[in-house]
Design a protein around this ligand. Sequence first.
Ligand code: FES
Length: 96
Amino acid sequence: MSAVKVHFLLDDLLVQAPLGTSLQEIAEAAGADLTFGCRTGSCGTCRVRITEGLAHCSAPNAEEREFLAALKVPADQRLACQVRVNGDVAVDYIGL
Ligand code: FES
């Protein structure tokens, strides 16, 4: 299985993970400074900005789309607990 590179900007932490892994799993395995609450896309604690590689992220599911639309945030903001990574990305933590 091919690997993707994820750069957590807050920590300046660059890690590799199998293609299709959730951003939450990658962040937790790497010890990145991201906070998770519900892990189901309904609290916003894990909100991040994908500064590079947004096209490499899985499309938002209905719950994530609804949550982010209510916040009226730009499309580069995602919920890390809902994103699967299909290519190299850079991630900045926003939170609530
Ligand atoms: S942890 Fe609650 S939305 Fe991701």
